[in-house]
Design a protein around this ligand. Structure first.
Ligand SMILES: O=C(O)CCC(=O)C(=O)O
Length: 280
């Protein structure tokens, strides 16, 4: 039985309008401690997908890894039994929610490596509007270290090339394909300069363990490094799919490289992307 929590209607509307919203104190210490334990297991046993990015020799590293929930029971418990899926359903206004995958992000103290500006949905073989992530820190995150979101960018018609976190270079288009994928989406470069010179309002918050940021998979976001000399910035970002999410194609190798054996156009529900929440 998934735990339900009270969410004000205006906060849901804020998510729908801005594409990102902070919800304070929604996860109890029980869930925060559990997720922290899961992250520590992942850090001790990284998978084939993990990366350890260092901007300058001798500095802290930016670790990321994903799709380990099958062997990290703490993540499974959080996904299936915490209020996370209910939050995803409420903010996406979806009657059903399936789980896509989890992503661990740890910025060690003194990490100058930033998270490049990007939006997630271009990396994923997933189309649909009811698609979101729950970014849940297990350490206190000061405002200057938190992810920044370009307000309202989930509503832009543009799709942006995914970029490698390590090199910040666009993904390579598969040779046998043209510039467009089968859905005829046209991808363009992310407008980094416009974002950084303040063309659009940016959203950024101070977070405490127990808080969560919910954001649309098409919302443009990026993050500074971790300037703290003592505190890690450990986060679990879980990805959720709603009623209209379907498998799609992209003109590059998708990340993570999983499709659950589904064909383009099929609803994104299968053993790999299990239904976790149903409003009935
Ligand atoms: O935590 C970060 O620095 C980046 C998070 C992110 O890109 C995501 O969760 O999609």
């Amino acid at each position: 039985m998934v735990a339900e929590v009270e969410i004000q209607a205006e906060v849901v509307e804020q998510y729908q309008r801005d594409g990102a919203v902070l919800v304070k104190s929604v996860f109890s210490p029980f869930w925060v401690n559990k997720v922290r334990d899961g992250i520590m297991k992942n850090l001790e046993k990284p998978s084939q997908y993990s990366e350890r990015l260092v901007a300058k020799e001798g500095e802290g590293a930016y670790f990321d890894d994903y799709c380990n929930w099958s062997w990290i029971e703490e993540f499974r418990d959080y996904v299936f039994n915490s209020p996370a899926s209910y939050l995803a359903a409420t903010f996406m206004k979806s009657s059903e929610v399936s789980f896509y995958h989890e992503h661990v992000l740890n910025k060690e103290p003194g990490t100058s490596k930033r998270t490049p500006w990007h939006h997630d949905q271009a990396y994923y073989p997933i189309d649909g509007e009811k698609v979101c992530s729950l970014w849940m820190p297990v350490d206190p995150v000061p405002r200057q270290t938190c992810v920044q979101f370009v307000a309202g960018s989930h509503l832009w018609p543009s799709w942006f090339y995914p970029r490698k976190f390590a090199s910040e270079i666009n993904y390579t288009i598969k040779e046998e394909r043209g510039e467009k994928d089968e859905d005829q989406k046209c991808f363009v470069d992310i407008p980094i300069q416009d974002i950084e010179t303040g063309k659009w309002p940016l959203l950024q918050w101070e977070c405490e363990p127990g808080d969560v940021i919910i954001f649309h998979m098409k919302t443009v976001h990026g993050a500074p490094g971790n300037t703290s000399s003592s505190t890690h910035r450990r986060v679990l970002s879980t990805r959720w799919l709603g009623d209209d999410a379907v498998l799609a194609t992209r003109p590059w190798k998708v990340s993570p490289p999983i499709t659950g054996g589904l064909k383009p156009g099929q609803r994104a529900v299968c053993d790999t992307f299990p239904i976790v929440y149903n409003r009935q």
